[in-house]
Design a protein around this ligand. Structure first.
Ligand code: ZN
Ligand code: ZN
Ligand code: ZN
Length: 329
């Protein structure tokens, strides 16, 4: 493997580059400490991706003002899973795609239940709580400016006609002008609604991931290995994947079984389109450097040679940057 040819000079240079990108890490340990050991601790990374499609129907209603509709007299109404969506279909195993597609011939005219198709409802101010069809028109409220007198009294004893109610002492309802009815908001007064059905379709890849790290690399977070470049040992695509078989490795067979068994649950409104099971080996070396009685280790991960280091001995930050590990030490 490419990693095997890394010599001490190259390894030290990878560390120096890595440290150089940290503003507050001193380069002295990287440059001067002695490399005391280089160990191989390769890691297996396994994924099981389940590519699913979910469909459900969303119905929207809007006021129907007459006019032509695309109803069931124009053709058959297909169930949501019968729709041909080949033109929308994404590439297999894309992370996510979502479309809304109108279901042909699904338009239906419905009665407005809020107003019982009347287009109007009893006024919520002057006929609050009244049944449909039973409402009182000409309900007036007493004028608050003249307290119902129709006249305004002045300090010199004279009266003038109340301007608010024009001397009537009563005011009509502000919501309906005392008609007793207001326009139904649900149907905008048309009395009918147009119901339209839309298919809501989502494609999604569910990913179950596992890392089989040897003891030497156990302290490295799994994410580091999932990001790393490795070599694929198997890549199986099937409607439902079964564990891979490696004739020469009981351990890999076991690992493959564990990965496949960690399959994520498929929601009831979804169907599986395809699965893909991949196992890769990621080359990892663990390097230990020492100086007098101090030592530290770091990892070189994958063919992209990412350096992972948790406890570099020379971090000089004073709470002004993001190296919180230093504060904990
Ligand atoms: Zn209505
Ligand atoms: Zn009213
Ligand atoms: Zn008045």
């Amino acid at each position: 493997m490419a990693q095997d040819v890394l010599d001490e000079v190259e390894i030290r240079q990878l560390l120096i580059d890595h440290v150089g990108h940290r503003c507050c890490w001193g380069s002295r340990p990287a440059r001067t400490w002695k490399i005391t050991s280089i160990e191989d601790c390769n890691v297996y990374v396994g994924t099981l991706e389940t590519f699913i499609e979910e469909r459900d129907t969303v119905t929207n209603k809007e006021p129907y003002d007459g006019g032509k509709i695309d109803g069931s007299d124009k053709g058959p109404v297909l169930a949501v899973w019968e729709l041909d969506l080949r033109s929308e279909f994404p590439l297999l195993f894309v992370p996510e795609k979502e479309v809304m597609v109108k279901i042909p011939h699904s338009e239906v005219i419905e009665k407005c239940l809020d107003c019982e198709s009347r287009g109007e409802i009893p006024c919520p101010i002057c006929n609050a709580g009244q049944e449909h069809g039973f409402y009182k028109a000409n309900q007036m409220t007493r004028c608050s400016a003249c307290h119902g007198r129709g006249l305004l009294a002045h300090q010199d004893g004279s009266d003038t006609v109340c301007g608010m109610c024009s001397g009537k002492g009563m005011l009509p309802c502000i919501a309906c002008g005392s008609r007793g009815l207001v326009t139904c908001k649900t149907c905008s007064g048309y009395g009918s609604l147009l119901a339209k059905s839309t298919a809501h379709v989502r494609w999604k890849t569910l990913s179950a991931r596992k890392v089989s790290a040897t003891r030497g690399a156990a302290s490295v977070p799994d994410e580091v290995f999932h990001r790393a470049q490795g070599i694929q040992l198997c890549n199986i695509q099937a409607y439902q994947c079964t564990p891979a078989f490696f004739a020469d490795s009981y351990q890999l067979n076991q690992f493959s079984s564990e990965v496949v068994a960690s399959r994520l649950p498929v929601p009831p409104s979804a169907r599986v389109i395809s699965e893909r099971h991949i196992i890769s080996v990621v080359p990892v070396i663990r390097v230990t450097m020492a100086h007098r009685k101090q030592c530290f280790s770091f990892y070189v991960v994958g063919y992209n040679r990412d350096v992972f280091i948790r406890d570099y001995p020379s971090k000089f930050c004073w709470g002004l940057c993001c190296c919180f590990e230093w504060l904990r030490n």
